[in-house]
Design a protein around this ligand. Structure first.
Ligand code: ADP
Ligand code: MG
Length: 487
């Protein structure tokens, strides 16, 4: 499927198309850094996770961390990308106080992962393929702290040397929505893979957003790069704001200059950070301390075989095997934890009923209690047991809702709540017959009306019998008894 209408922004002089490409920095999940054994835990005290290598001491030699390489390969495989068995590390030279080496070790000419593809889903139900240009491994820098002292800046090197994956896309996106959907999909894939936690608040995932505009049908025009955007919503806002700015420049008869810009989230506008003339000359050259990175094809295949089921495959399976709608399948596979919860509930049970309970009652309970699917107020096993009690006739649908609320409050199993509250559904036909008889006797006038053709009174009788039985009558049996008596 492809989008039939291209998104445009209407300028004073006609419509403009957007062209967007993202460079995403994703922090690798790994206990140790890319070239040192120092720890990587988030939130540790300043400079408590720094080795001599991370501090840029002279004479220190970097040693590649095998797990970081495996994570990059897994991510490449998840992006259906080419894995380069031969890649190389280069020095990217620049000076910054929080980069004690004076250069960043990165992969410039020979990245570990080459071309790939990501499929995104859009709100109108269409899908689109976004090309991946490359993925390379590099070191993160430290952090300057300017708010600790009135006259001094402090440096925290905990992040220095942490492994990053830079994932570069083709300029294939054409709207803010597509840019947002792409970043969300990348994050989802990496979370499923366990290669990046995707936590944008903690800076584990951040995007440089390249934007240009053009007249429909034209080739590409000059782009600007908006640096370090740290939420999906801000990416979408930055695209829109930057596109509108460029449209105005072109329409005023000016020319968009290639430059690096920053997105001011308060003003909702981008501003210049540095122009092309001020761009760094990184003087890349192969790092003489590191041999080329050569991967064993069999090892790559081993990693491929160990990949978990990814979101697209899981979604397709839910539609195929469980008969769920594409929308339900999408919602239930959005997060791996939601999918695992759902599968526990659905196992051996009606998958659609399970989907309704998870997406309806459980999601509502999560919202209400401000809990997450990792720490839910109702365990998946308990929700499954509730569905069993409905299937075997112990609980009617109405009673099940009541039991569910009690489960949310107490965390107890449905069986325990049914016993405690005496909620067990009445399936004793004698008791049901008696209740039906009483209701019909008390409403002789309505019975006459019903028999004269006013059939919608049937619901009234059901309601009265249920009320008489405190909601515990088995609905199917109540219906049956009423039909028989009224015939
Ligand atoms: P550089 O090497 O100068 O950083 P790249 O060609 O690697 O430039 O592109 C960097 C990013 O910019 C990529 O994500 C790419 O998709 C995007 N990009 C390239 N040209 C354009 C353009 N005309 N409009 C928008 N994005 C672009
Ligand atoms: Mg670049």
């Amino acid at each position: 499927m492809s989008t039939t209408t291209t998104y445009t922004i209407e300028g004073r002089t006609g419509p403009w198309e957007l062209v967007i490409g993202l460079e995403v920095h994703a922090q690798v999940i790994s206990r140790a850094k890319l070239f040192s054994g120092a720890a990587t835990a988030f939130g540790a005290g300043p400079n408590t996770q720094v080795s001599f290598i991370d501090a840029g001491f002279p004479g220190m030699l970097p040693v590649i961390n095998r797990e970081c390489v495996a994570q990059a390969v897994r991510t490449g495989l998840g992006l259906k990308a080419q894995i380069n068995l031969w890649s190389r590390f280069d020095r990217k030279n620049y000076f910054y106080a929080d980069l004690p080496q004076g250069y960043q070790i990165s992969q410039y000419a020979h990245p570990i992962v080459g071309r790939g593809a990501v499929e995104i889903e859009l709100a109108d139900g269409t899908t689109k393929i976004i090309g991946i240009t490359r993925l390379h491994l590099e070191q993160d820098a430290g952090k300057s702290l300017h708010d600790q002292h009135p006259a001094k800046s402090f440096i925290d090197l905990n992040r220095s040397g942490v492994a990053l994956m830079e994932i570069v896309s083709e300029p294939d996106m054409r709207s803010p929505e597509e840019a947002g959907a792409y970043l969300a999909k990348l994050r989802q894939i990496m979370r499923y893979l366990g290669t990046c936690d995707g936590n944008m608040d903690e800076g584990s995932l951040r995007a440089d957003v390249n934007v240009s505009v053009r007249r429909p049908g034209e080739g590409y025009r000059t782009r600007c790069e908006v640096k370090n955007v740290n939420s999906i919503r801000f990416v979408m806002q930055a695209v829109e704001a930057e596109a509108r700015r460029q449209i105005e420049v072109w329409e005023e008869g000016g020319e968009v200059e290639q430059e690096t810009r920053l997105f001011d989230t308060v003003r909702g506008a981008t501003r210049s950070m540095r122009s092309k003339e001020e761009a760094h000359d990184y003087r890349y050259f192969p790092d003489p301390d590191l041999p080329p990175l050569v991967l064993d094809a069999a090892w790559v295949e081993e990693l491929r075989a160990g990949l978990p089921e990814l979101p697209d495959a899981r979604r397709a399976r839910y539609i195929r095997d469980f008969g769920l709608s594409p929308y339900d399948a999408q919602v239930l596979t959005a997060e791996k934890e939601t999918a695992l919860y759902y599968e526990t509930v659905a196992k051996g049970r009606d998958p659609k009923l399970a989907a309704n309970w998870v997406m309806g009652d459980l999601f509502a309970a999560l919202n209400r209690t401000k809990r997450t699917i990792e720490d839910p107020p109702v365990r998946a096993e308990h929700l499954g047991a509730l569905l069993d009690l409905m299937r075997d006739g112990t609980l009617s649908g109405k009673l099940a809702k009541e039991v569910f609320e009690a489960m949310v409050e107490s965390g107890k199993s449905p069986g325990a709540i049914v016993e405690e509250r005496g909620l067990r559904q009445v399936t004793d036909t004698g008791a049901i017959e008696r209740a039906v008889e009483a209701v019909l006797a008390a409403n002789a006038d309505k019975v006459a009306e019903y028999r004269a053709g006013k059939e919608k009174l049937f619901g009234f009788f059901v309601g009265q019998v249920m009320k008489a039985m405190q909601g515990k009558g088995n609905p199917a049996l109540v219906n049956e008894a009423l039909k028989r008596r009224l015939a």
